[in-house]
Ligand binder design. Structure first.
Ligand SMILES: [Zn+2]
Length: 333
């Protein structure tokens, strides 16, 4: 068995605030006089029997988000996310952020994005990891807001924005609302990657692919329940961004053995393992690969195959992707 930390990786599903170190969030909270919920204050990752509702997650996430109030805070979070990913063997990182959530403290949406794209560049230079930004809107957004944000994403496409995401609770919205926004994003060469199939059924997943032209899906767990949906995903080679530690706490799955990675692999659908929100779920990228090894019995060849698929689905520049792929070959040799 090879050391998973040294397997070259591409990390495609990591949220900006969710990437933060707990110590950093606590430091920010102290500085601004904000009290954190006990779970964050005590580093308590105990989800009881799992099956908590979305508000439980949202409350923690929102509390952490409230502590990020300056351009310097943003730079610190991105720099540390890059450092942490590098130590986990990652050579390409896509950070997902809804800039409108941070606009209030940063002088508006455009200034927030300016800070973020510059911070990604600086962190990339300092740590050696390539970083792309996925600008996201909430599933609760209006079509007008989604279009506005897609235009912002398109405007920054030449400065490190690589994708357009739809995040938050997917039950809050219908894919139809995001048709025009997705069009704008795709026209700018951005990958469209909505969260779906977490709480919503496979029809929602299908519509994200058919209506929005999604090339990647955040989670998409329920797609495994429909052979027609599996066929569609395989035919279009849509990559599933699977974050194993996100599902038990929120009751999407009741056991890690139910993780549908084998179903996706058998159907010929690419899978990219990712950490989602290590701040909330307590596990970073290597831990996700470890679960596939320990619980699903994937051998080193199969784990290397997953790492390759994450590179293949990434927006990494060709030379970065080539280097990662040859590193993966060397790892399994
Ligand atoms: Zn996510």
């Amino acid at each position: 068995m090879r050391e998973l930390r040294t397997l070259p990786k591409s990390h495609l599903h990591l949220h900006f605030t969710g990437s933060a170190r707990l110590a950093t969030i606590r430091e920010f909270a102290y500085r601004y006089g904000i009290s954190l919920p006990p779970a964050l204050a005590n580093q308590d990752f105990d989800w009881g029997d799992g099956g908590q509702d979305w508000s439980y997650f949202q409350g923690r996430y929102e509390a952490a988000r409230q502590t990020i109030r300056s351009a310097e805070d943003v730079r610190r979070i991105i720099r540390e996310a890059a450092e942490d990913d590098v130590t986990e063997g990652s050579g390409w990182l896509e950070l997902q952020v809804d800039p409108s959530s941070y606009a209030r403290h940063l002088g508006g949406v455009n200034p927030a994005v300016e800070v973020m794209v510059d911070a990604c560049q600086d962190a990339s230079r300092a740590t050696g990891i390539g970083i792309g930004l996925v600008l996201a809107v909430s599933w609760s957004a209006s079509p007008e807001h989604a279009e506005r944000m897609a235009r912002v994403a398109a405007r920054y496409a030449h400065r490190g924005v690589v994708g357009f995401g739809i995040s938050n609770d997917e039950r809050l919205g219908e894919p139809d609302t995001f048709v025009s926004a997705s069009h704008i994003a795709r026209d700018a060469g951005l990958v469209v990657t909505p969260h779906t199939g977490f709480y919503t059924d496979y029809h929602h997943v299908r519509r994200c692919v058919e209506l929005l032209g999604a090339r990647r899906i955040g989670h998409g767990i329920t797609a495994a329940l429909s052979s027609r949906t599996l066929d569609l995903l395989a035919q279009r080679q849509v990559t599933m961004e699977i974050c194993p530690t996100s599902y038990l706490p929120l009751g999407v799955l009741s056991s890690m053995t139910q993780l549908p990675v084998a179903a996706f692999r058998q159907a010929g659908i690419p899978v990219a393992l990712a950490a989602d929100d290590p701040l909330i779920f307590g596990t970073r990228l290597v831990g996700q690969y470890e679960i596939l090894r320990a619980v699903h019995g994937l051998d080193d060849q199969a784990l290397a195959g997953l790492a390759r698929q994450a590179v293949g689905a990434s927006t990494a520049p060709l030379e970065v992707a080539k280097q990662l792929l040859s590193g993966i070959d060397a790892w399994v040799k």
